[in-house]
Ligand binder design. Sequence first.
Ligand code: PSU
Ligand code: MN
Length: 307
Amino acid sequence: MKHDIAGRFLDIAPEVQATLAAGRAVVALESTIITHGMPHPHNVATAREVEAVVRENGAVPATIAIIGGRIKVGLSDAELDWLGTATDVMKLSRADLPYAVASGRHGATTVAATMLCAHLAGIRVFATGGIGGVHQGVEDTMDISADLDELARTPVAVICAGAKAILDLPRTLEYLETRGVPVVGYGTDRFPAFWSRTSALSVPLRLDSPDAVADLIRTKEALGLDGGVLVANPVPAADEIPADEMKDFIDTAVAEAKARGVAGKAVTPFLLSHLFEKTAGRSLATNIALVKNNAALAAQLAVSLAR
Ligand code: PSU
Ligand code: MN
């Protein structure tokens, strides 16, 4: 852990602190999914369930958010509840994090900011739903999520269900390859598309057990290679929405966002809530299932890494 930074800016929950000090398994969890990714009360209920799944699989959860300018690593029940309905919460990526800290603001951490804070605290594994990536229409907007560059520079393993299928998935994979990020299909040769188990894309690498992923991470560290590892874990079959069923919904949502001039940070939350309405809640149920599935694998990976 970077002690000087930790002492000045981080409030690490006592249980998380003790677990890290003992060299045992901790899994970081993000908070943008709570404030900007799911409607209340599903957001808070899911956050609690995800923490429980991490515990059931032998690790300690550390949900990360910025509250009053303090980087909280591990939230109390009261803090989590508050976050579920709070309105004055910034969506923080790497670019905004120092602003939120310096000005004492509240902020929810995206994948990029969560990786950054997890690393400051000494946490090596992080579970989310789906990472941000290269947006459709990037030729015009240059909208590429900072999540991708964070994966290239910060040594945290991110367990996700692929990139959200609202994105340009081929370009997202190309960008990750360019930036030197290992992308591992967990038990699959196909790159999963968030709500769907498969996409038209093959995944660059494949591993089939938490121990094998842990070995990859240790080897990467031993070689002195910086940056993270992306583990793409398909949503369980029982919970998936097949890609052909999602396609029309996604096309409509993307067109609607464009027509309304939705841009920047607002794009992903807009698309997710639009899809929630258009699929009559089905996209949300799948989102919840895949986050829990990722939390289980992340905990197993953290346990394996801690051995
Ligand atoms: N996974 C989900 N729901 C979400 C996100 C991930 O299941 O809302 C969030 C993550 O915080 C991710 C962000 O970093 O969406 C991507 O935002 P953007 O495209 O603006 O970088
Ligand atoms: Mn963006």
